[in-house]
Ligand binder design. Structure first.
Ligand code: HEM
Length: 635
């Protein structure tokens, strides 16, 4: 079915929608008339009071910041607008505009029947069926047009509506309606406290062709069993081993950037990050080396074709892929089918190879089981005796591939964008990395020490949550705050709104890694009481959170250690588009220069890395084996 919703993860290459909200265009949703629109450039994040995101940068010379007085002026206007909105909303709610009073005849009838001895439960069931339940507050309603969902990065208009209608409202788009949640306590109820009452709904329908009953779309018993099987595969020893793999992959990217720096060529970082994380996840999940940073094989193209299709289906107004004959003759659908077959065949081959390895090995399976030659999740699952159909196993592998690929790539893309706009944060980051890593590859022990690096990533995930919206469907009636909702409601939890809420976050739109104290706990949904959900929350929280955190720390630290990054002169503006994750419309074109300042490497040992080992599970320090190639400027 067509959905016009962002999915959980996709490829950045099909970029249908753009963020720019044209100030001359009328707003896609029926908002209160005085909402001003304008376009601002700046350091990322949305502009309170304007339906615009400050995510444009034109070249490295533009700081994106105006004089202080102008900034102060903008801030006080934003504050006034927000206060006005809140006051208007409170007045409207107090006036009962959103409340349906259902006293009248049904109520009288119900009371009479109760007095006659008809059981309350039966009456409630019947009266609910005919829509004549108790008096109850009604969720505030906003209306939108279907085309609006296609024409903008749709979490942005949702932010604007949130400021007008509050933490929960209903958005009606043609015949469909969605409940939009931006209130942390309601998000917590859906994701954690009453999570059993919610399924993945639309998401499962759209992803079926690619993920089947994989962990992300699966619900109910299948989800429970698969989650219980897959989570143990990401045990601590495995994640620690992956740090070596992250380092090797990041080092390959460094070599590529080094070449670009020598040639004086600008680089498009978003696609490079996408390739970096594809290489990592292929090896980590099923021990396959896509080597996409080096070569463009048919299989890499097939993976991207499939991901692109998932993204496009999520924003298509008509589900053409379901139209009988058309789905068989459309060249595009044929291409998707062929790509899917290629990827599935590859997965079947890898499963067969791995099964043979497991049959031949003598290792005893235990909790922290890991085959050093092939520490992949697939190997763990097969060795654990996971008794499952090959279709289910394939669905799970595909899910992990997609889940772990685009999210991390998007986090890296926006982190580097934010850093390019905030030179002081970049300098602080580089100082930390120089002092802690020197010339070494990062190790497990470094993950704890690279505190500012972690805060930079925490803050990047706050400003650009991946995905910006979580999707659910109610499986039974429930109370969300003071509002009753019925079974079958499609719900979007806007993580974007939670992460940008001006009431919760001081200077919500500012990239400010310092907001998280270095000696404080790592921010997560629990210690931020569901106002910060970088990895979701409750039983369906991301299974790869630790993996992804280490992956990002390794990549960021290794890259900033060696290079300076600036938005390239004449680069296209960096704008956001709708997708499962937030992508740029035209890439992130950067000029990369080698750092000339030698790092501070006082007394650290630098043993060489084992040449063919992609996985370094020991915590000893390792260094790139071809130092002169990687760090020409330092040798
Ligand atoms: C920075 C990178 C990542 C981010 C921001 C991220 C974010 C998320 C979020 C927000 C969810 C919850 C979705 C929901 O509740 O609807 C999720 C679920 C999931 N993630 Fe991640 N993720 C990342 C990396 C990874 C990696 C590397 C893997 C695998 C190795 C992974 C595997 C999964 C799976 C399987 C689920 C579904 C869990 C379930 O439904 O039980 N993710 N992720």
């Amino acid at each position: 079915m067509a959905a016009n919703v962002p999915l959980l993860q996709f490829s950045p290459h099909s970029l249908q929608t753009r963020l720019h909200i044209n100030p001359t265009k009328s707003h896609p949703f029926s908002l209160s008339s005085s909402t001003p629109f304008s376009k601002l450039n700046g350091a990322g994040g949305s502009c309170r009071g304007c339906a615009v995101i400050r995510c444009c940068s034109y070249n490295s010379n533009e700081s994106g910041r105006g004089p202080k007085s102008v900034e102060d002026g903008v801030k006080s206007v934003e504050k006034l607008l927000e206060e006005k909105r809140q006051a208007e909303l409170s007045t409207r709610i107090a006036s009962g505009e959103f409340t349906v009073q259902k006293s009248g005849f049904p109520s009288v009838l119900k009371n009479s029947l109760l007095k006659m001895g008809v059981p309350k439960e039966i009456l409630e069931f019947l009266f609910e069926k005919i829509g004549a339940g108790e008096d109850c507050p009604k969720i505030p309603k906003a209306k939108g047009s279907v085309s609006a969902m296609r024409s903008d990065a749709f979490f942005i208009p949702l932010y604007e509506l949130y400021l007008t209608y509050g933490g929960i409202f209903r958005l009606t788009l043609g015949p469909k309606s969605f409940v939009i949640v931006s209130d942390p306590s309601i998000a917590k109820r859906i994701l954690k406290d009453n999570s059993k009452a919610y399924s993945k709904g639309i998401l499962a329908e759209i992803l079926d062709f690619v993920m089947g009953k994989g962990l992300i779309p699966a619900d109910g018993e299948i989800w429970r069993i698969r989650r219980r099987t897959i989570v143990p595969a990401l045990h601590q020893k495995y994640v620690a081993a992956m740090i070596g793999l992250f380092g090797q992959a990041a080092d390959r990217l460094c070599r590529k950037l080094d070449q670009a720096a020598s040639d004086g060529e600008d680089v498009e970082m978003e696609s490079l990050f996408s390739r970096l994380t594809l290489d990592i996840i292929g090896k980590a999940v099923f021990n396959y080396d896509f080597d996409s940073l080096k070569v463009d094989t048919g299989i890499v193209e097939a993976v991207y074709t499939v991901l692109r299709e998932a993204e496009d289906r999520s924003v298509a107004p008509i589900p053409v892929w379901e139209i009988p004959i058309w789905k068989d003759i459309s060249p595009r659908q044929k291409k998707v089918k062929a790509a899917l077959k290629l990827v599935n065949d590859m997965l079947d081959d890898l499963i067969a190879i791995c099964k043979r390895m497991v049959d031949e090995e003598e290792l005893q399976f235990h909790e922290e089981y890991m085959n050093e030659q092939d520490p992949s999740i697939l190997h763990f699952l097969l060795a654990s005796g996971d008794d499952v159909s090959s279709k289910q196993l394939r669905d799970d592998l595909m899910t992990l591939l997609i889940a772990g690929h685009e999210t991390s790539a998007a986090v890296l893309t926006w982190t580097f964008y934010l850093l390019s706009k905030e030179p002081s944060a970049m300098a602080k980051l580089q100082n930390e990395v120089d002092a802690i890593l020197g010339d070494r590859f990062p190790t497990l022990a470094d993950m704890k020490k690279l505190k500012y690096t972690t805060r930079v990533i925490n803050e990047s995930m706050r400003l650009y949550p991946q995905p910006p919206v979580l999707i659910r469907r109610s499986l039974e009636n429930d109370m969300l705050g003071k509002y009753p909702i019925k079974r079958g409601e499609d719900i979007f939890i806007s993580v974007w709104n939670l992460h940008h809420c001006p009431k919760h976050w001081e200077e919500a739109d500012r990239f400010n890694p310092e907001r998280w104290p270095l000696d404080g706990p790592n921010p997560n949904e629990t210690n931020q009481d569901f106002s910060y959900l970088p990895f979701g929350g409750g039983p369906r929280k991301c299974v790869g959170d630790m993996f992804a955190t280490f992956e990002n720390i390794v990549a960021v630290s290794m890259l900033v250690r060696r290079f300076n990054f600036q938005i390239a002169l004449g680069a296209p503006p960096v704008e956001m588009t709708t997708g499962a994750t937030i992508h740029t419309t035209q890439g992130l074109k950067m000029t990369v220069t080698r750092r000339t300042r030698p790092p501070i490497v006082p007394t650290l040992e630098m043993p060489t890395v084992r040449s063919n080992s992609s996985l370094n599970i020991s915590e000893t320090n390792t260094a790139p084996d071809e130092k002169s190639e990687v760090y020409p400027s330092l040798s």
